[in-house]
Design a protein around this ligand. Structure first.
Ligand SMILES: [Zn+2]
Length: 273
């Protein structure tokens, strides 16, 4: 009896600790599974993904993905540190890889593990367009949207395990993790983010791309090009999880001056387009 009571208190403690503040919005978010447990699993999945796919190396495009990625990562660190969240990304192990695939897709796993597919490059068109996509994907990771996307049932299942000892690498947990982050055998087949998460990622992503030295209004042009793809025979996978819309494009245009102003606080005064 006594044992089970202290166990419940322990579990309750784990749940309370797991509720964290989103540093970009100040909102409390549910993160039943802490980063210390999610990230090792993400890193392992990322390595597996790279070993099963053709990573493009030493090309101008691969170099561009790395260079833009590094700038977005540096912007994230600077922004968080300046806003009182130094150390928020301490467990991140940033990595940026270009993968040879005709799929129109890109994603960032928790912990800063990014993949860009060659198929998205004709739509991103240039460095600033790529920065818009990478900023948006990094924003989803920074705001822990993947974890929040898990269903209540999945969270409960994972939370129970996390509360007990540690998140194990059991096939069940792998499956839940893969579904939430769109990995494993179903890479790219991801549950769509909610509209509010999309809006949040657009807003955060815009600030990051501006701080990285790219003209934020280019993001609106990128989504216009995405929208044009939507009407084709096979709409890109990326659009099934990130639907383009005129609201999105209007929002981005309206936020661009704010993103530039934010970047200027960090000494960034010119924006590449
Ligand atoms: Zn998104």
């Amino acid at each position: 009896m006594k044992f089970s009571k202290s166990l419940s208190i322990l579990l309750l403690g784990a749940l309370v600790v797991a509720c964290s503040t989103n540093p970009f919005t100040g909102k409390q978010t549910l993160a039943l599974v802490p980063n210390s447990q999610i990230l090792p699993m993400a890193f392992q999945q990322y390595q597996e993904f790279l070993s099963e796919n053709k990573v493009v190396k030493n090309t101008a495009d691969a170099q561009m993905v790395k260079s833009v990625g590094q700038k977005i990562a540096a912007a994230s660190e600077r922004y968080l540190t300046a806003n009182g969240y130094a150390g928020y990304l301490a467990d991140y192990r940033w990595e940026y890889n270009l993968v040879d695939s005709k799929d129109v897709n890109a994603w960032c796993m928790p912990g800063g593990k990014i993949v860009v597919y060659t198929g998205i490059l004709p739509i991103t068109k240039n460095e600033a367009g790529l920065a818009a996509v990478m900023g948006h994907e990094v924003a989803h990771a920074l705001a822990n949207h993947g974890q929040q996307r898990m269903s209540a049932g999945q969270l409960q299942q994972l939370g129970a395990v996390a509360g007990n000892v540690a998140l194990s690498n059991s096939p069940e947990n792998q499956q839940i993790f893969n579904t939430a982050y769109g990995l494993g055998s179903n890479v790219g087949i991801m549950l769509p983010f909610s509209r509010s998460h999309e809006t949040e990622a657009d807003h955060i992503g815009l600030i990051l791309m501006a701080m990285a030295g790219y003209e934020p209004s280019v993001a609106a042009e990128l989504w216009q090009r995405m929208q044009a793809q939507e009407n084709g025979n096979t709409p890109p996978e990326f659009l099934s999880t990130h639907p383009s819309s005129s609201t999105r494009i209007q929002n981005i245009q309206a936020w661009a001056p704010e993103a530039r102003a934010e970047a200027k606080k960090f000494g960034v005064t010119s924006f590449k387009r």
